[in-house]
Design a protein around this ligand. Sequence first.
Ligand code: PMM
Length: 285
Amino acid sequence: MSTRERGTVHGLPDWDRCAVMGVINVTPDSFSDGGRWFDTTAAVKRGLDLVAEGADLVDVGGESTRPGASRVDEDEELRRVVPVVRGLASEGVAVSVDTMRASVAEQAVAVGAVLVNDVSGGLADPAMVPVVAACDVPFVVMHWRGFSEDMNSRAVYADVVAEVVAELRARMDAVVAGGISPERLIIDPGLGFAKQAGHDLDLLARQTELRALGRPLLIAASRKRFLGHILAAEGSPPPARERDAATAAVSAIAALQGAWAVRVHEVRATADAVRVARAVEGAAL
Ligand code: PMM
């Protein structure tokens, strides 16, 4: 898979393989790593460790989006995120900020974030698109049907892939109309967001249909519920932190199908997985 097929994002390096985005949730309650990196010093150290393990980008978020989560207060989100972004950026790390709030995106970019990752694709905060357009940084448009509190009730599809593609296309058009350069867009099917396990699998299986949207694709499967469903023995899914081998398997599959990047909590195995995928692609040429 050449860089041309995987796509490039204006403003970010061209990695010669699927990129690895490591995750830090600076939250007390994210579903897979909540509470572990809640302190700024621990979170910055964790980010540097993720880079040492092979992360190309580090995604810093201060709001849990696990199913059922209620929203964090804006000041609290700023307090959690901005010092960690500043600390990592000052160490030369390529930092992405995972936020639905324009104020958080703006302040994170001001202290060095190079990418805004908004799980609502600009829908949660009307100021997000103008702010990202003004900052002129890359923007992740994720498929989203509403806040986590009640998103599971929106997981209703006749054809999940066709509907996600159509809804993402509409969001891409809206954010471009709002001033964000199309060359700066990354798209993401939003695995687990208003999706049941079968929907997530369909989206992974039919990744090429998402690629037809013409922009680089980010896949964020790490530790998600659908992996728990696949791995469940006798009805009990393993806890989130025991889903990293399954996550690395998804990373290899996604990379081979042309994903631009994968977003994961445990970086080392995925860094290996994307390198294996690159080697297989190279051998197939
Ligand atoms: N999922 C989570 C958080 N941020 N960002 C993108 N672009 N795509 C996702 O699917 C996504 C995300 C939820 O997982 P986490 O809170 O355990 O990291």
